[in-house]
Design a protein around this ligand. Structure first.
Ligand SMILES: *[C@@H]1O[C@H](CO)[C@@H](O)[C@H](O)[C@H]1NC(C)=O
Ligand SMILES: *[C@@H]1O[C@H](CO)[C@@H](O)[C@H](O)[C@H]1NC(C)=O
Length: 188
């Protein structure tokens, strides 16, 4: 029956686009974000410590460097070490939402949709908990989460506390995985 075929092909497309990322039914949750977020204290280098898998990030030694631009936007440089030994570097731009400074939007290429970058919690000097969720056709959402640190290692108590924070917002942390920051070339 054509109806069934259409449904099956929709389901297959969903499976395809959600491979390697976290897919959930329903709309995105709306967790509270860092109060009084100060982007001038947030800029600089961050190391990725743990994350919900993202198909666009397959490497190790993942780092971000944020800096302020003269136009008030934020320059984003992400770096990762690929399995073939090369360093993949991509540049993007982030903007803060009016009146909600901890809710940012990041875009990397003009052709790619921009994605939310919500700072749920940061002390600026040690850790940052970043959450990104997009709702598709009101039916399901795809979410990412990153635990970032100013140093390549972060105290496990802090990591646990941040995961507990996610859980308290009903965000599933079961698929969160550590990022290798031990075997990185010195130039990174
Ligand atoms: C971060 O990027 C800024 C702007 O491109 C640059 O001046 C700075 O040296 C970079 N910092 C690190 C740690 O890479
Ligand atoms: C960052 O962590 C260090 C070491 O645990 C601590 O002394 C410092 O107060 C922390 N910074 C902030 C802003 O909480």
């Amino acid at each position: 029956m054509p109806g069934t075929l259409a449904l099956v092909s929709v389901l297959f497309s969903l499976l395809y686009i959600t491979e390697g990322q976290t897919f959930n039914w329903g709309r995105c949750p709306d967790p509270p974000v860092q109060e009084n977020f100060d982007v001038t204290k947030y800029v600089g280098k961050w190391y990725e410590i743990e994350k919900l898998p993202a198909s666009f990030e397959k490497g190790i030694c993942i780092q971000a460097n944020y800096s302020l631009k003269e136009n008030g936007k934020i320059k984003v440089i992400n770096q990762e070490l690929r399995s073939d030994g090369t360093i993949n570097r991509i540049e993007g731009e982030a903007v803060q939402r009016d009146g909600e400074p901890a809710k940012l939007t990041v875009s990397f290429y003009w052709a790619m949709p921009s994605s939310p970058y919500w700072v749920l919690a940061t002390d600026y000097e040690n850790y940052s908990m970043v959450y990104s969720c997009t709702t598709f056709i009101w039916l399901f959402h795809i979410e990412y989460a990153w635990i970032l640190s100013r140093t390549p290692q972060l105290q496990s108590e802090t990591v646990e506390r941040l995961k507990n924070l996610l859980r308290s917002y009903k965000i599933d942390t079961e698929k969160i995985r550590p990022t290798d920051q031990m075997n990185c070339p010195p130039e990174m």
